[in-house]
Ligand binder design. Structure first.
Ligand code: ADP
Length: 298
């Protein structure tokens, strides 16, 4: 069992943006979802853990290993799949994995050959090993990205916004692969897509404006909202009025009309229906409500 302990990480960029504001989390083996809107600070945190950039203060330990003090040691046990995995267009899947294995220090030719074969099988690309990655679909490229992240038996795997640009079938295959990995090591999945976390993760954190605003299981967060979320279909003209009157957590267009979800301790009547809360309600409540309260004078 591995454990990642992040304590009081802070980072302010030279332009004054505080991207990490006293971030502390403990993460164990399994799939961990880091959910947050764009600009929340997820990539900054992922890049700090991947030792690609430095925090201003704070610590992060993977078991006994001090990540901040010993980045080279961490890199030996890290698999990182960045948002954009830059693949080399003219070479084959087999060549790219071979090349990256050399870079990761696997110098024994026989060992490397076996590893590349294992990785290609693992991500279901063995049949395509002689094909140029140039012609690969988005999902196949992501699987090459995962394969390279697995070189060297990592204890910590970080995937940053992995499903952008994948079609539903590719996304499913990618999910299955991640879920399998999560059984043995720590996998951190950073995403702004609520479905990614709902379908894959047993533990999660929600990040907003550099801070961890929730840490726990998706189900507990949903349970906290039981009997508090109401929905109503309204017209577009009414939206502004409802925003002023109620604590609107989301509005979604359904057949051209806004379907709003509101947060309320009591039954607001007025045509609202109580609904079973879902993770999307949690996400919007945790990341929006502070602003909404100010705007709505609740
Ligand atoms: P996320 O991954 O959740 O979208 P980021 O970590 O990319 O969030 O960004 C967090 C905040 O820090 C944003 O306001 C972003 O504009 C800012 N930011 C990110 N990288 C830099 C940088 N290199 N210089 C200045 N500001 C940055």
């Amino acid at each position: 069992m591995n454990k990642l302990i992040i304590s009081n990480l802070n980072k302010t960029y030279p332009n004054g943006v505080k991207a990490l504001d006293n971030v502390s989390i403990e993460i164990e083996n399994g799939m961990f979802g880091l959910l947050g809107p764009n600009g929340a600070g997820k990539s900054t945190l992922m890049r700090t853990l991947a030792t690609l950039q430095e925090a201003d203060s704070g610590t992060a330990f993977l078991d006994e290993l001090d990540i901040i003090k010993h980045p080279t040691e961490l890199r030996k046990v890290l698999g990182y799949l960045p948002q954009e995995f830059g693949v080399y267009p003219k070479i084959t899947a087999e060549q790219i994995l071979n090349h990256l294995s050399v870079l990761k220090g696997i110098t024994n030719t026989k060992e490397r050959k076996e590893l590349v074969k294992y990785l290609l099988n693992k991500v279901n690309l063995y049949d395509k090993r002689k094909k140029s990655v140039k012609g690969f679909s988005g999902g196949m490229k992501q699987r090459i990205g995962i394969a390279q992240a697995l070189i060297g038996n990592p204890k910590l795997i970080i995937v940053d916004e992995p499903t952008a640009g994948l079609d539903p079938g590719e996304r499913n295959r990618f999910y299955n692969l991640l879920a399998e990995l999560g059984e043995e090591v720590i996998v951190i999945l950073s995403t702004h897509i609520v479905d990614d976390v709902r379908e894959l993760c047993t533990k999660m954190a929600i990040m907003d404006e550099g801070r961890i605003v929730y840490h726990g299981s998706p189900q507990n967060a949903i349970n906290e909202l039981n009997n508090k979320v109401y929905e109503k279909m309204i017209s577009r003209e009414e939206l502004e009025e409802y925003n002023k009157t109620y604590s609107v957590i989301s509005n979604k267009m359904v057949g051209g009309k806004p379907l709003i979800h509101i947060l309320s301790d009591e039954n607001p009547k007025n045509g609202f229906q109580l609904v079973s809360p879902d993770l999307e309600d949690v996400f919007f409540t945790k990341t929006n409500i502070a602003n909404l309260k100010i705007n709505n004078h609740v």
